[in-house]
Ligand binder design. Structure first.
Ligand SMILES: NC(=O)c1ccc[n+]([C@@H]2O[C@H](COP(=O)([O-])OP(=O)(O)OC[C@H]3O[C@@H](n4cnc5c(N)ncnc54)[C@H](O)[C@@H]3O)[C@@H](O)[C@H]2O)c1
Length: 257
């Protein structure tokens, strides 16, 4: 029998997801597994990864490893081992990241270094490993960098976080040029505010008044993790085969005004 028309299917695709122990990336793992993908899940939080593995479809098909992505040399070995077990890589969601609200006048160089290392360099080098010969599928693949509306719009206390997210927007464009000949598409996604552990303890979510103001900035209210995960399915699937070097705002209308 002919398969039903589904341009968003991830059947047979191997997808690497960083940060998969929590929040948006965990939801990406769940939703991608429902679309038929085989997963390689990475995070430094082992307990969280184990919990994610109880939530995905067909857990026996996937690979997970607890790793600090700052440990660049170790990451290479893990990606190689994962490919041997699961197969060559068709897609990468570079989701692992950290967030903060801090004032410009109080920010120390060490803090900037930390944010650039975790939010930019880990994704850069993970993408490098995933696209190495022998690791990347012969058909090519799709890479998604997780930026944020903070990478395009100004806000008090968001210079550190926002600069790292702006760097990812730019990185996606340059890599799109460099990787097109390998048939690797590279895009970024810019979520608006989603309720996840990364931001629950930050003032803009914790303080009821600030939270209400944040909600009011999003025409459709705050987002859910699946709003982002489903957009990632589009960017990973063949439905977006002619899309590269672009940034997709998934922000409930935050960027309209
Ligand atoms: N939640 C939001 O409102 C929002 C909005 C815009 C963008 N984003 C971006 O989406 C991504 C996911 O956000 P989230 O809200 O799901 O966050 P989260 O805190 O729930 O998850 C982030 C995950 O990254 C992992 N991680 C952090 N540093 C790591 C490292 N060095 N090595 C391995 N793993 C590491 C953490 O362990 C955690 O599991 C982030 O890049 C974030 O900046 C989130």
């Amino acid at each position: 029998m002919e398969k039903p028309f589904n341009p968003f299917s991830l059947e047979g695709k191997v997808i690497v997801i960083s940060g998969a122990a929590s929040g948006i990336a965990r939801q990406c793992a769940i939703n991608c597994s429902k679309m038929g993908a085989k997963l390689i899940l990475l995070d430094l939080n082992e307990e969280g990864l184990k919990e994610t593995m109880t939530m995905v479809e067909r857990p026996e098909e996937h690979y997970w490893a607890s790793v600090n992505l700052l440990d660049y040399e170790k990451v290479g070995g893990i990606v190689k081992e994962a490919v041997e077990k699961v197969g060559r890589i068709n897609g990468l969601l570079n989701c692992a990241g950290i967030s903060t609200t801090n004032l410009f006048k109080l920010t120390k160089p060490e803090e900037l270094d930390k944010f650039f290392h975790v939010n930019v360099y880990t994704g850069y080098f993970l993408a490098q490993e995933c696209t190495k010969m022998g690791n990347l599928s012969k058909e090519g693949g799709s890479i998604v960098f997780f930026s944020s509306v903070a990478g395009s719009f100004g806000e008090v206390g968001k210079s550190t976080y926002g600069m790292t997210k702006a760097a990812l927007l730019n990185l996606a464009k340059h890599l799109a040029c460099e990787m097109a000949r390998k048939n690797v598409r590279v895009n970024s996604i810019s979520p608006g505010a989603i309720c996840t552990p990364i931001n629950m303890n930050l003032p803009h979510m914790k303080d009821p008044e600030k939270r209400a103001a944040l909600e009011a900035q999003h025409l459709l209210g705050l987002g859910e993790t699946s709003d982002i995960a489903n957009a990632c399915i589009y960017l990973l699937s063949d439905a977006s085969r002619w899309v590269t070097g672009t940034n997709l705002f998934v922000d409930g209308g935050f960027s309209v005004r």
